[in-house]
Design a protein around this ligand. Structure first.
Ligand SMILES: *[C@@H]1O[C@H](CO)[C@@H](O)[C@H](O)[C@H]1NC(C)=O
Ligand SMILES: *[C@@H]1O[C@H](CO)[C@@H](O)[C@H](O)[C@H]1NC(C)=O
Length: 338
C-alpha cells in the first residue's frame, strides 16, 4: 500500500516535470536511422542513452516504414538497433517481419519516466504506404498503445503517439487513419499525440490535406532538402527565396489548420551530411534563427526538430543541445525542463 502511494506521488511529481506541449522551447529529435554512419560518426546508441540529459523532450522513433508487410503486419527498421537481419538473437513474430525489441521497450519506459515523450514515426523516404486505414489504425493501437496483441514489439511499453512522415503519395487514406487514431486516443487512459513532418513548401504535397482536415498536435516542418525555403535562406527577403516560417504562420493565423492551436517546430539537419548539404546551417546560425522565430511568432512556435540523433550527438558542439540552450533563453517554461 505504502509503495503504491509512493509510486503515485512520484508519478504525479514527474508529470509536473514532464512534457508540456504549450512550451516554446521543446526539442524533438529523430532517432533510429543512424544517419551519422554516412559521415563516419559513431553509430547511434540505444534509445535510453539519450534520455539522461535535459536536451531532448520528444524522441521520434524512425521508422515504421512498411504499413502492411508479411502476414498483414507492419515492419519496423531502426538501423543498427534491433536488427534481426544482422543479429540472430533478435526475435521476429511468427509469420511476420515484425521484430520484437524488448530492450527498446525498457528504454521507452525509462525515457518516459524522465519526462520525455516517445512517438513512433511512420513513413520515411523509402516507405511502403499501402494499407487499409481502418485495419492499420487498430493495429497501431493494439501493437504499440493501449490495445492488446500477442505481437507487441515493445512489450508493455506504451508509446505517446504517432508521427506521420509521409514523403510520397500514400495509397492509404491518411485522413481516415488520423481521424481513427484521434478517436482511439480518446478511449485511452493517458494523453496521446498525433504529429506530422511536412516539407517546408506550403502547403505540403503529401501532408497538406492532413493538416487542413485532421487534428494534428505538432508539425515538425522540414526546413531542409527543399531548396527555396530551407533554413539556409533564413534572413533573406520574403519570397521568392526565403526560409518560409512566415507562410506557415500566415496559415496558422488564417486558421487553415484543422487544429487552430497546432504547434509548429523548425526542423533542421544536425550535420552537413545528414541531408542535402546546401540546407545545413551551423549550430550558431540555427541558434540565432530559433531565437528570432521564437520571439517573432510566439503564438505558433513550439520548438525545434532535428534529423537525426546520431548526427546531433556525434557533432561538436552537440547540435540538439545547442538548439535547446538557445531556446531556453526565451522559454516560457523555464524550470520545467531545466
Ligand atoms: C542482439 O540482440 C539481443 C536481443 O535483442 C541484444 O540483447 C544484443 O545486445 C544484440 N547484439 C548486438 C550486437 O546488437
Ligand atoms: C492567408 O490569408 C490571406 C488573406 O486571405 C491570403 O492572402 C494568404 O495567401 C493566406 N496564406 C496562407 C498561407 O494560407
Amino acid at each position: 500500500m505504502m509503495l503504491i502511494i509512493l509510486v503515485a506521488v512520484l508519478a504525479a511529481a514527474l508529470n509536473v516535470l514532464g512534457f508540456d506541449i504549450s512550451c516554446n522551447s521543446n526539442m524533438a529529435v529523430y532517432w533510429g536511422q543512424n544517419s551519422g554512419a554516412s559521415g563516419s560518426l559513431p553509430y547511434q546508441k540505444p534509445l535510453g542513452a539519450y534520455c539522461d540529459d535535459d536536451t531532448v523532450d520528444i524522441i521520434l522513433l524512425s521508422f515504421l516504414y512498411i504499413l502492411k508487410g508479411k502476414g498483414g503486419y507492419p515492419v519496423l527498421n531502426f538501423a543498427n538497433i534491433c536488427d534481426y537481419t544482422k543479429n540472430a538473437s533478435v526475435p521476429v513474430f511468427p509469420g511476420t517481419e515484425l521484430m520484437h525489441c524488448s530492450d527498446m521497450g525498457v528504454d521507452i519506459k525509462r525515457c518516459q519516466e524522465k519526462g520525455k515523450i516517445i512517438l513512433l514515426s511512420i513513413g520515411g523516404a523509402t516507405a511502403q504506404l499501402n494499407a487499409d486505414a481502418d485495419t492499420f489504425s487498430q493495429q497501431v493501437w493494439d501493437l504499440f498503445m493501449e490495445g492488446s496483441s500477442d505481437f507487441r514489439p515493445f512489450d508493455d511499453a506504451v508509446i505517446d503517439g504517432i508521427d506521420l512522415d509521409f514523403e510520397q503519395h500514400s495509397q492509404m487514406d491518411i485522413i481516415k487513419f488520423a481521424n481513427n487514431m484521434n478517436q482511439l486516443f480518446k478511449t485511452g487512459t493517458r494523453k496521446y499525440y498525433l504529429t506530422a513532418a511536412p516539407q517546408c513548401p506550403y502547403p505540403d504535397a503529401n501532408l497538406g490535406d492532413l493538416l487542413a482536415q485532421s487534428h494534428v498536435d505538432m508539425a515538425f516542418i522540414q526546413f531542409y532538402n527543399s531548396g527555396w525555403c530551407d533554413n539556409s535562406k533564413f534572413g533573406l527577403p520574403h519570397w521568392p527565396q526565403s526560409m518560409n516560417y512566415y507562410m506557415w504562420q500566415d496559415a496558422w493565423t488564417n486558421k487553415s489548420f484543422a487544429n487552430p492551436n497546432i504547434r509548429l517546430y523548425v526542423g533542421s539537419t544536425a550535420g552537413s551530411g545528414a541531408g542535402n548539404p546546401s540546407s545545413y546551417v551551423s549550430p550558431d546560425f540555427f541558434a540565432n534563427e530559433l531565437q528570432e522565430l521564437q520571439k517573432d511568432y510566439p503564438d505558433s512556435f513550439g520548438g525545434a526538430m532535428t534529423w537525426d540523433m546520431s548526427w546531433a550527438y556525434g557533432s561538436t558542439p552537440n547540435y540538439a543541445a545547442s538548439a535547446k540552450q538557445a531556446m531556453m533563453a526565451g522559454s516560457k517554461c523555464k524550470g520545467s525542463a531545466y
